[in-house]
Ligand binder design. Sequence first.
Ligand code: HEC
Ligand code: HEC
Length: 235
Amino acid sequence: MIHRVLIGGMAALALAGPAGATENTLADRLTSAEPEAGEQIFKHCRACHTIEQGGAHGNGPNLWGVVGRPVASAEGFGKYSDALRAIGGDWTPERLDAFLTDPHEDIEGTRMPFVGLDRPRARADLIAYLNRNSPAPLDLTIGAKKDAVLVEDEPPEFGVLFVAGGVEETHAYCTACHSERLVAQQGLDRDGWVELIEWMVDEQGMAEIEEPDLGIVLDYLTANYNIDRPNFPNR
Ligand code: HEC
Ligand code: HEC
């Protein structure tokens, strides 16, 4: 498998065999993490979390200042699982990295119904973004090797969703609670999709998708999953 790696800022191709480096340490990844890219990744979280200071709790707690915050400590969020309450300590970058990779594997019994993010650099970008939304951001570069060879992520995958403009946003927002297959098996006109998304907000606790993303998602769904079901998944 071929991975693009960045060496001292220069792109090069490297072969990553079984013995090849396919993942950097978190400290290495954080030195080059981009909060702006992390803001895009946060679309995977927006269905359930606000991040703004004083933002409302949704299905999940408000995440302002979560990096370095004691676990399960958001004031006024009454829905923490016993599993999360029991673990103690603070949300260090390391613990966030493990939790966000696969919440259920990391903390058995967590109530966070999110499948996880398997792209290591995307997680580092996301943690940098979370860290920026804080009254006291941590210095995330401590302990990093300056000469680290940074391995790029595999491109994101969208499962059975048809790859076209808007697939990235749609995948992020619409796989927060269930598989993308449920989306791909549906065929609706634009009004139908508007109604379905309203139902997700009113009955399933999904936070409203804000513009311009709402328009992007609706355009994508209407173009690719209309009543004639042009992309019904056959596999
Ligand atoms: C479908 C809803 C949902 C999605 C999507 C979701 N979360 Fe959560 N999140 C929750 C719930 C519910 C909890 C509380 C879990 C518990 O108590 O076990 C939680 C808890 C957390 C916590 C612990 C907070 C604390 O105060 O201890 C963090 C950190 C977190 N989520 C980050 C994220 C990030 C980052 C994403 C996006 C990659 C994300 N979540 C996606 C619902 C969600
Ligand atoms: C906050 C959680 C959540 C989010 C985010 C979410 N859904 Fe759902 N959705 C549900 C639940 C719960 C159900 C019903 C239970 C089930 O069938 O799994 C459902 C069901 C569906 C169904 C099947 C409806 C039916 O009639 O069988 C479709 C289609 C769907 N969602 C599309 C979407 C799309 C499109 C998005 C993104 C815009 C989305 N969902 C985001 C929670 C969510």
